[in-house]
Design a protein around this ligand. Structure first.
Ligand SMILES: [Zn+2]
Length: 228
């Protein structure tokens, strides 16, 4: 496969960016050992950059990131791509607006997935980031498109950028890889808080119109305005 010069420079930049974003996973206590991965879509090519399989977080660098095509096949890299590459690739094939995907087995969110229970929207921070509950996706085994299909089917038409794949863990999506990492961090944070609230009583639901207002404000107004 011949790669155009502008795409080569995008890949060089994304190798470093994706390696750097992986540091956020252990830093935010979302992963143990080598479980968990971040990928980014290469904007001007049907390619993605992802973590190599089985390499520890301390050893990740721009050089050992892996470039794969959107069928999950290795295109460039000294290592095999993450075993979750097929799921990431499926998301990029079917959700053209998505630029980043993250997968973790973060403890509290995965505990909700083990019960097959969506996290109810009982915190304003959840309304802001997720626009409602964090949904549960189907039970799916690694090895074919079933994980990717479960992510896309659950999140299509849903505000939440996070899905709890049943009995497995969390997948998040974002316009950028950084957005997907942020969603993974926020998902674990609210999963933990709502879990603790549940232990002591019944968390109070937030009315739908308040969720809508919080979501609209956070998505459109909050933060620094982006340069044009
Ligand atoms: Zn997994």
């Amino acid at each position: 496969m011949t790669i155009a010069q502008d795409v080569t420079s995008q890949i060089t930049r994304l190798r470093q960016h994706v390696a750097d974003l992986h540091r956020e996973l252990p830093r935010n206590a979302l992963v143990v050992w080598t479980a968990g991965n971040v990928s980014a879509r290469v904007p001007d090519a049907d390619l993605l950059v992802i973590k190599p399989s089985g390499v520890g977080y301390d050893e990740l660098s721009a050089d050992n990131m892996v470039v794969a095509d959107l069928d999950g096949n290795l295109v460039d890299g000294a290592y095999k791509p993450s075993s979750d590459t097929a799921a990431h690739a499926y998301v990029y094939r079917h959700m053209p607006h998505i630029g980043g995907v993250v997968h973790t087995h973060s403890t509290y969110a995965t505990a909700w997935s083990a019960r097959g229970e969506a996290i109810p929207c009982v915190l304003t921070a959840m309304a802001d980031e997720f626009g409602g509950e964090i949904p549960v996706g189907p039970f799916a085994l690694i090895g074919d498109d079933s994980i990717g299909r479960g992510i896309v089917e659950t999140l299509s038409g849903h505000r939440s950028p996070a899905v709890l794949m049943r009995s497995h863990g969390v997948f998040t999506i974002g316009r950028s890889a950084r957005d997907a990492v942020k969603a993974a961090v926020m998902c674990e944070d609210v999963a933990r808080t709502v879990h603790i609230a549940r232990q002591l009583g019944t968390p109070l639901p937030i009315e739908e119109h308040h969720i809508d207002a919080l979501y609209a404000r956070y998505q459109n107004v909050y933060g620094q305005s982006q340069p044009a």
